[in-house]
Structure formats: C-alpha cells, structure tokens
Design a binder for this molecule. Structure first.
Ligand code: GLC
Length: 433
C-alpha cells in the first residue's frame, strides 16, 4: 500500500453508503418530511418510537467487508436534522428516543474492528433548525409568509451550529477517513426564496475546520467550493459517459448509487438491480478511473434488509474471485472491445465481459503486446490466434464475399463456447514489459 494517507481511496475503489435515521420509520423516502410537507409535530412523533433494538454495526461491517467494500459512510444526520448521536447542540437527537444512546460510537468501533475505513455523512441542510431559512426544499416552502419566517433566521447562528456539530463528529470518535457533506443548490430559487451554497454554509471556514480537526480526511465536493479541487466528486445515480475531468485533468470521483432506487429502507415499491447491474455499476466506475459508494438502507430496527443483503451477496460472490480486477485498478488507455470494459493495474489488464461472445474476442491495439492471458475465474489459460491469422476469412461459407482485413495489432482471443460461471467473467492479460 502506498504511504500517502489518502491513497487508500483511489486504490480500494469500493465503499458502503448507509442511509439510516428517523425517516426510516416511514419506510419510504428520507425526504418524507419535505416531499409530503408533513407537520412538524407529526414528524417529531417518530422520536417516541425510534428504537433500533437489532442494531449490530459489526454485522454491517462484516457484510461490507465480504462484499469487497473497504469503507462505510453513515448518515450521522440527514436533511431532517435528526442526529444519530446525542449532539450537545441540538434537541433533535437519538437522546430523545427510547434507544437513548449514541449510535455513531458503536458504528466507528465496528468499522475499525473489521478493518474498514470510517466515513461520516453530514447534511448541510437542517429542516428542523429554526435558523435554517425556508427555501425550495424546506417542508414549510408553501406557507403563507415564508419571508416573515426567514426574518427570524440568524444565518450566523446556523453557521456556528454546523461548526459545533462538525466539531463533535470529528473530535469525539478518533480518526475519521471520509466525509460526505450534502448539499448545495445556490441557483434554485422558489417563490423568490434563494437557494443555498458556499455563502450560506460558510463553506471555506467549515472546510478549514474539518481539515484542522482531521488532516488526513477526504471530503467531497458538495460544499459549492467550485474554485478549489475537491478530494472527490460525487456523481449520483448515473454512469458518466466519459472520464470526469476538471480543466482537462481527470479527477478522483466516487459515484453514489443505491441497490434499488431508494436511499433509505423502503418497505414496498423498490426497483432492485440485478446482480449483473450491480457489478456493472462498480466496473463502469473503476473503468472510468473512479470509485463506487453503494448504498444500503437498514430497517428501523437496525438490520440490513433482505433485498440489500442479496445485493451485497452478489458483490461478495463475485469479489471472491475477481478482487484484483478492481482493487488497485483504474482507467486504461486501451480501447475496450465491444460489450466489454477495461480496468488496468500496471502491467495487468482486465477485460470485463458484459456479454459472452462466441469463441472469439477482438481486442484492438494489443496484438504482440501480451505475454500471457487467463480467465480470472479459474486461472485457466486463454490462447490467441497467431498475428495476421483471420478467423473467418476463408471457407466455403464465405465464398464470394469480400475478404476481411484484420489490422496487425489486433489481438484475437479464443474463448470457450460456454460462458464461465461468473455473472461477469474477466480475462486477465499480462502485458509485456
Ligand atoms: C441527495 C439526496 C439525498 C441523498 C444523497 C446521496 O443529495 O438529497 O437524499 O442522501 O443525495 O448522495
């Protein structure tokens, strides 16, 4: 492992995101309070019933590790403002629930016990806070006199509150490796009410505080600090169609995805991704030089539900044999064959076959450059045709057709007819020095 304290991030490539909070009791959307413009009292009623008696973060951490993930990032506080730790700066915390105890401490300990890096998510938005002005996403956005309400909001007090909370999170739990701040929307205006960005959050000072408290932490890009390079960028639920760059330079990114089109545990109506899609999402990101932060939403009682468990199992099964096609790998300058993605780690090039071709795989630009090839699943040798030899250039069936011209640098791998028993098989090429 490289000695740069942040190098683990670009090396490991795969983490677990966890959305869990008071909204989990509603079992539909973490934005429930806002989407449904729920009355404050009605939402706060969940405080009396939040009691995750089956909470076992060690089990979460084991599942993450087995799935191939090396960090876990938990929502310490989502947009509703509810804190999973007994924050001294808020009255809207786990301390007021039947559970009554800190949930972050055990989470951090579990990560460390399983050898995982520790990640915290912190919402910049806080709908419960009286000093947080009404805007486009606020549950009170449609009240009669939002300006009147906002006149009572003290932004300086809100900024001090955020800093005090960030200080609690980054001072009380030892080393924190990964911080996900969420999110900015400076240009979104509603009924004349401005959005929020770096001025509202006092982002420059907030990030300075973060770096002072945790010098080796990596922080995402959602603070609206567009003039500085963030440690990592966070495309959300979409596959970039080109390698993400900034001023022409590739950036570190970690795409946030979920297993079933929901961030929090959802009781019904999810759209679970197939094992193939789950793996494809990960491979696509690494092939673009990025990471994947795959989300699960534990239940209100604290368990990772059956659907998410199955998704993690799909990763675990594949990872058991294909870890080295992900870990330490990144973007390859070579062109991926049709229906494939490439990841590369130095002289090892990995071809991920999203669909299994019939007998031959054509890889441009690699003719004469490969010393050895094998199927990663079982370490069986893959042979290739001698340079210049055509697969289908001759024979009765082609009589009368134009001859096919194959470029000299084309590598033609000869594959078994039957697809190997892996959701996405991988061929490992050892490149010549
Ligand atoms: C968005 C959503 C949020 C989710 C997050 C994950 O910003 O507001 O609910 O937590 O993305 O990336």
């Amino acid at each position: 492992m490289p000695s740069d304290p942040k190098a683990w991030f670009a090396h490991d490539r795969f983490g677990m995101f966890i959305h869990w909070g008071l909204y989990t009791l509603h079992a539909d959307a973490e934005w429930h309070w806002s989407y449904n413009e729920v009355d404050r009292e009605e939402y706060f009623r969940f405080l009396d019933y939040f009691d995750p008696d089956l909470y076992d973060p060690r089990q979460w951490a084991r599942m993450a590790r087995e799935a191939g993930m090396t960090h876990m990032t938990l929502t310490t506080k989502h947009h509703d403002g509810f804190c999973l730790w007994p924050s001294q700066n808020s009255e809207f915390t786990v301390a007021r629930t039947p559970h009554g105890r800190d949930l972050i401490g055990p989470f951090v300990e579990a990560c460390r016990a399983e050898g995982l890096k520790v990640g915290l998510y912190y919402s910049l938005i806080d709908w419960h806070h009286r000093d947080f002005a009404i805007d486009i996403f606020h549950p009170l956005r449609n009240i009669e006199d939002p300006e009147g309400y906002n006149a009572g909001c003290d932004v300086a007090r809100y900024q001090a509150f955020m800093k005090a909370q960030v200080r609690e999170l980054l001072e009380n739990y030892g080393r924190i490796d990964h911080l996900f701040m969420d999110f900015s929307y400076p240009d979104q205006i509603y009924r004349g009410l401005p959005g929020k960005g770096r001025d509202y959050w006092d982002s420059a000072n907030l990030i300075a505080l973060v770096r002072e408290l945790q010098p080796d932490i990596i922080v995402n890009n959602r603070l609206d600090l567009t003039d500085v390079v963030a440690d990592f960028y966070t495309p959300e639920c979409f596959i970039p169609n080109a390698r993400p760059t900034r001023n022409g330079e590739p950036v570190l990114f970690e795409a946030a995805f979920n297993t079933n089109e929901a961030w929090q545990h959802k009781r019904t109506g999810t759209q679970p991704k197939s094992p193939h899609q789950l793996l494809q999402t990960l491979i696509d990101m690494v092939a673009m030089g990025g990471n994947l932060l795959m989300n699960v939403g534990p239940t209100a009682r604290g368990e990772i539900d059956a659907e998410n468990t199955a998704a993690l199992r799909a990763y675990a099964d594949w990872f058991a044999r294909h870890e080295r096609a992900i870990r330490g790998c990144g973007y390859s300058e070579f062109e991926a064959p049709f229906g494939c993605r490439l990841t590369q780690n130095g002289k090892r090039l990995y071809i991920h076959l999203y669909s299994w071709p019939y007998k031959h795989l054509y890889v441009k630009g690699l003719g004469g450059k490969v010393a050895y090839a094998q199927l990663l699943d079982d370490g069986s040798e893959i042979i290739w045709l001698p340079p210049g030899r055509q697969v289908r250039g001759e024979g009765e069936g082609l009589r009368g057709l134009d001859p096919v011209a194959l470029p000299g640098d084309l590598l033609i791998l000869e594959l078994p007819v039957a697809k190997p028993d892996a959701v996405i098989p991988v061929i490992e090429l050892f490149l010549k020095d």
